[in-house]
Ligand binder design. Structure first.
Ligand code: FEO
Length: 173
């Protein structure tokens, strides 16, 4: 079991992860519209990973016998001024998600809910990677943004990303 407060917060986190997937799908759509298919691929895979994050929490709630309650997912922004704005927003969004995971971790720690602390440890580590990737993408783009050839090369690099399903918080990254 988990406390009612923690159960509610974990359910909210499912919603936030699905929102992240939705946001990244919207960003994928933007890159497709700009003919930057490699960037679009990167965001497509990012959206898949966000759904995996949501499902890990979904499965955890089920395993500890806590009620799963799915909330409404708000619409993401659909208009972006430039690739740089998208990449900047991705960094900002991942920082927000990290804050949210830390709040969950703090609550589980305060409640001495050790199993949930252990479960959330994976997400704490995952957020290091999420922020790092988002920051690298932004930095790389800023290096080449005035050079169309550089953008095309970066787009090719982004096209190489492949999806590996995340099925367990025991899996090592
Ligand atoms: Fe689910 Fe991008 O953090």
């Amino acid at each position: 079991m988990v406390s009612e407060r923690l159960r509610a917060k974990l359910n909210e986190q499912i919603q936030k992860e699905f929102y992240s997937a939705y946001l990244y799908l919207s960003m994928e759509a933007y890159f497709l519209s700009q003919n930057l298919d490699g960037f679009a691929n990167w965001f497509h895979i990012q959206a898949q990973e966000e759904r995996d994050h949501a499902m890990l929490i979904f499965d955890y709630l089920n395993r500890v016998g806590a009620k799963i309650e799915l909330g409404a997912i708000e619409a993401p922004p659909t208009d972006f001024a430039s690739p740089e704005e998208v990449l900047q927003k991705t960094v900002e969004h991942e920082r927000l998600v990290t804050r949210s995971i830390y709040d969950l971790f703090d609550l589980a720690s305060e409640e001495k809910d050790h199993k949930t602390v252990m479960f959330l440890q994976w997400f704490v580590n995952e957020q290091v990677e999420e922020e790092e990737n988002a920051e690298k993408n932004l930095a790389s783009f800023r290096f080449v943004k005035d050079d169309p050839k550089g953008i095309l090369l970066l787009d090719r690099e982004m096209a190489a990303r492949v999806y590996t399903p995340i099925t367990s918080t025991n899996s090592q990254q």
